[in-house]
Every structure is written in C-alpha cells, then in structure tokens.
Design a protein around this ligand. Structure first.
Ligand code: TMP
Ligand code: MG
Length: 289
C-alpha cells in the first residue's frame, strides 16, 4: 500500500492496525482528511551532519540580537529543562509546572533583549534551521488536494511562520497556533501573547476558539505528526474523530523512550530526517484512483 512504511527507520507495534487505519483514511480521501502537525523537530530536522538543528526558540537564542549574557542564561535554561522535558521516567503532571517555568523564564529573557519585529526575517535567513527532506512535497500535495494543515507549536509562531514563508510553502491551507511575540508601537518585543503553549498543554485548553475545528466538521480523518509525547493530544479539539493515524519522530534518547513511543504512536520513526513516510501515506490517501 505504502512502500515508505517498509523503510528501516519505521517501527510499528501493530502493523495490521496501521494497515486498517490507512485503508480507512484512503476511503475517506481528501474530503474527510485533515493534518495536524507539530513544528519543531517534526517538520524541521533534528540533526544534520552530526549536529543538532535549532528549534524556533534556539534560532532567536543563537542570533546576533541576543547579548552574550542573554545567550548564556538561555543556554543554561535549555540544559536544565530539556532533559526534564524528555525524561521518560517522570510523569506529565510532574513535568507540567517545570515546563511553564522554562517557557516563562525564556520568554522573560527574550523580552529584555530589545528584539525588533523587523529583525525576525534576517534572523531566520542567517539561522541553521532546516525543514525535513521532502517538505516541499508535503506542503504542496496538501495544498493541491485542499487538505487543511494545522500546525500546533509550543515554539515561536513569528519565527516558524517566517521559516515556512521563506521556503515558499505558506499556502492558504496552513493554519498555525503557537506562541506569538507581542511588539510595542515601535516594533520592539515586549512579551508574548497568551495563552502560553508549552510541550504538555497542546490540547483544546489553549485553543482560544475551536471555530477552526468546527468549520472542519467533515474532516473526521486525521493524520497527526509529532515528536514529543505532548504532541499526542494535539487533536483533542476535534469533536468527531473517526480515524486517526499518529506518526511520531523518535529523535532523542531513542533506547530509553522507544517503549513509550511504540505504545502511543501507531508509527514510530527512528533516525529519519525525512518526511518520506508522511508523504507516502498522503500520496496513497490522496491518489485519485
Ligand atoms: P514543540 O516542538 O512541542 O512545539 O515544542 C517546542 C520545543 O522548543 C520543545 O521541544 C522545547 C523547545 N524549547 C527550546 O528549544 N528553547 C526554549 O527556550 C523553550 C522554552 C523551548
Ligand atoms: Mg516538537
């Protein structure tokens, strides 16, 4: 059905179940399909040539507009909180307040740096960010088939929108919910617009209006793409899910996290920096035959 599911990067707890879901998604076709995806480390690469690629936050943290002192403090936060974020032995309830703490501290630091709205485009241009291989096929085939793509991100909305725009892929079927910067009248960053979205509250509690999903009430079939255990709740705002296929990139601490990912995601991708599997599934669903 989908040759890409034979790639050696693919792991499935229940391949028969995956087959069943994919067949049902195919039956519903473009008319019933919507895609809900995370951004950082899901649509963008985790690594390239043995080096880590930046998240939308890291892009700003590493840029020339942040002071050396600011850079150091942001790095310290990353080194302290990131291992907690991905720790498979801690519960979500335990991690939740710590994630709020990380995001709040990071956003406060960024807000002290006099970042200009007009800097964002150049910061993105000069960054090492990379969308996953096959991103153009991914965005273009969804656009051509009029399948809505909902990007639900705990990253920085202004930055990730700019990444997609510079790639020429910000088509009208793309909708983003994320943390957006709040600039004053002079275009200087003064904070972030609420509600705060972090790794473990990506659900309907932060979707200010569920109007988006209500409009899509015929879109009862979902392809969900994520890389964190927190991404699994991204489709909770959809009232009438009939079929959902969850595809998860397992990027980091692979051995330790494998069991949890295999339980939670229908398809787990290990050391796969491409969107091949998502594209293969979409091609199968959207083919007109
Ligand atoms: P997401 O991919 O689930 O939307 O989450 C965004 C990622 O951003 C998450 O893995 C943690 C990361 N992050 C940073 O890299 N730097 C930061 O300052 C913060 C707050 C988050
Ligand atoms: Mg992510």
């Amino acid at each position: 059905m989908v040759p890409e599911l034979e790639k050696e990067t693919v792991r499935m707890k229940d391949p028969e179940q995956v087959k069943k879901i994919v067949s049902r998604l195919k039956k519903g076709g473009a008319v019933q399909l919507q895609v809900i995806s995370d951004f950082d480390m899901t649509l963008t690469r985790f690594g390239f040539n043995g080096r880590r690629c930046p998240t939308s936050h890291n892009i700003i943290d590493n840029s020339r507009v942040i002071s050396e002192e600011g850079k150091k403090r942001l790095k310290d936060l990353l080194h302290y909180y990131y291992p907690i974020e991905i720790d498979p032995y801690r519960t979500v309830a335990d991690k939740l307040p710590l994630m709020v703490e990380w995001w709040t501290k990071a956003h406060d630091l960024l807000s002290q740096q006099k970042i200009l709205k007009s800097d964002i485009s150049q910061i993105v241009k000069e960054s090492d960010v990379m969308l996953r291989d096959g991103f153009n096929v991914f965005f273009n085939q969804l656009y051509q088939s009029q399948v809505p793509l909902f990007i639900f991100s705990a990253g920085v909305g202004d930055v990730l929108e700019e990444i997609i725009r510079q790639a020429g892929m910000f088509h009208p079927n793309v909708n983003v919910v994320s943390n957006y910067m709040d600039f004053d009248d002079d275009g200087v960053l003064r904070g972030f617009k609420g509600p705060l979205i972090h790794t473990y509250n990506k659900n309907n509690t932060v979707l200010k209006n569920t109007e988006y999903f209500q409009q899509l009430c015929m879109k009862t079939n979902i392809l969900l793409l994520g890389d964190s255990m927190g991404d699994l709740s991204m489709a909770d705002g959809v009232a009438n899910v009939e079929n959902i296929l969850r595809v998860g990139f397992l990027n980091d601490k692979i051995e330790e996290q494998r069991e949890k990912y295999m339980e939670a995601y229908d398809v787990v991708l290990e050391k796969d920096e491409t969107l091949d599997v998502a594209n293969g599934i979409l091609q199968f669903i959207l083919a007109k035959t």
